[in-house]
Ligand binder design. Sequence first.
Ligand code: ZN
Length: 198
Amino acid sequence: MEYYSNQISKLIEELSRLPGIGAKTAQRLAFYLISQPVESVNQLATAITEARTKVRYCKSCCTLTDEELCPICASQNRNHKLIMVVENSRDLAAYEKTGKYDGVYHVLHGAISPMLGIGPADIRLKELMQRLQGDVEELIIATNSSLEGETTAMYISKLVKPSGIKVSRIASGVPVGGDIEYIDEVTLLRALEGRVEL
Ligand code: ZN
């Protein structure tokens, strides 16, 4: 069964652990990398290691950043009383691309999913509740319109309601089951503007 040298097998094995990379793609990538000049492979390896060691979670919104506070949380030009809750940093990027949202974010890094055994303690909810102790006027829940996203929205809404902070949910312009990161900017903006209070 050993068609390849140990090093190549090991590389293929590591690559095939990446999301969306099947055995065939892993093989193709491995042979491509081996065919490249050593310097360019080193550059890739360094970029991966540096990103992994230097990137961390923003102290306030939990998005991925390389500073203690991300540029959005550190900005004076943002409305810090308006917090949009998103599932991941890619969704944050999607809303930032619209250029029309001037509040800040909170990144959950996941959604509640009883099926997958992901509970409230497995996402960044505790950090959100801590932030709400401060001066916050509105929480916009912009989780995906999947079962997990809706479950998470309901959960947060119930949790936050007693505090008196306004809680709203982005409108149904986002198709059911649709991933926010793949939705066009116009639809995202419409969903944001048409948000309904929970
Ligand atoms: Zn931040």
